[in-house]
Design a protein around this ligand. Structure first.
Ligand code: B4P
Length: 189
C-alpha cells in the first residue's frame, strides 16, 4: 500500500491538496476533521463530545480519535493506499498509526508537509469561515488552533524527520503550483 500523511497547520491546504491526490493516484482518503464533522451533524454521542473540543479550538482526545481511525481504516480494506489528512496530530497518534498500519502489514510511505506563513493561514481560515459555517473558523478559535498546532502537532516534524519520512512543500502559490511540487516529491520516492 502507498500511504501518505498530508501534514500542516490548520488552513495549510491539507483538505484541498488531498482532493488532487485522490484524483491523480486513486487513493482512499481519511480526513479525521471530516469524520468528526459528520458525527457532529448526525448528533451522535461521539459528535456531541467532539463538538465541545472543536468549538474551543482544541484537539479531540487521542483515545477517541485513535478508536475512530481504527474502524475507518478497517472499512478501507483492500485499498491501494490511504491519504491520512489531519491525522496524526500528536506524537501519541503517530505511534498509534504506526502500530495500526504494522498490524495490517503496511506502513507510512511519506509525510508531505505544507508550509505556510501564519498570517496567510489566518486569512485563509477567516475567508473559509465566511462560507463554511464552521464553528471553528473565527479569529478567536483560529488563534487557539494555531497555539495547539505549535504545542501538540509541530513536534511531529522532528519525529518524522528522524524516521526519514518528512518532505516539506512550500504551501503558498496557486493550488496547481503546490500540487506540482507534491507530484515531484512523490515521483522521487
Ligand atoms: P481539519 O478538518 O483537519 O481542518 P484544518 O486543519 O482546519 O484545514 P486544512 O489544512 O484541511 O485546510 P483546507 O484545505 O480546508 O480539523 C478541524 C478540527 O477537527 C481540528 O481543529 C480538531 O479540533 C479536530 N480534529 C481533526 N483531526 C483531529 C485529530 N487527528 N486529533 C484531534 N482532533 C482532530 O484549506 C483552508 C482554506 O484555505 C480553504 O478555504 C481553502 O480553499 C484555502 N486554500 C487552500 N489552499 C490554498 C492556496 N494555495 N491558496 C489560497 N487559499 C488556499
Amino acid at each position: 500500500m502507498f500511504n501518505i500523511v498530508i501534514f500542516g497547520a490548520p488552513g495549510s491546504g491539507k483538505g484541498t491538496q488531498s482532493e488532487n491526490l485522490i484524483e491523480k493516484y486513486q487513493l482512499d482518503h481519511i480526513s479525521t476533521g471530516d469524520v468528526l464533522r459528520a458525527e457532529i451533524k448526525a448528533n451522535s454521542a461521539l459528535g456531541q463530545s467532539a463538538a465541545q473540543y472543536i468549538e474551543k479550538g482544541q484537539l479531540v482526545p487521542d483515545s477517541l480519535i485513535i478508536d475512530i481511525l481504527a474502524s475507518v481504516l478497517d472499512a478501507k480494506k483492500g485499498s491501494k493506499g490511504v491519504i491520512f489528512d489531519g491525522f496524526p496530530r500528536t506524537i501519541a497518534q503517530a505511534t498509534a498509526l504506526k502500530a495500526m498500519l504494522a498490524e495490517r502489514g503496511t506502513e507510512v510511505s511519506a509525510v508531505i508537509a505544507l508550509e505556510v506563513e501564519e498570517q496567510e493561514l489566518i486569512e485563509r481560515l477567516i475567508n473559509r469561515g465566511k462560507v463554511s459555517g464552521r464553528s471553528d473558523d473565527n479569529l478567536e478559535t483560529i488563534t487557539k488552533r494555531l497555539q495547539v498546532y505549535h504545542s501538540q502537532t509541530a513536534p511531529l516534524i522532528e519525529h518524522y524527520k528522524a524516521e526519514n519520512l518528512y518532505h516539506a512543500v512550500e504551501g503558498t502559490g496557486s493550488v496547481e503550483e503546490i500540487f506540482d511540487r507534491i507530484k515531484k516529491i512523490i515521483a522521487a520516492l
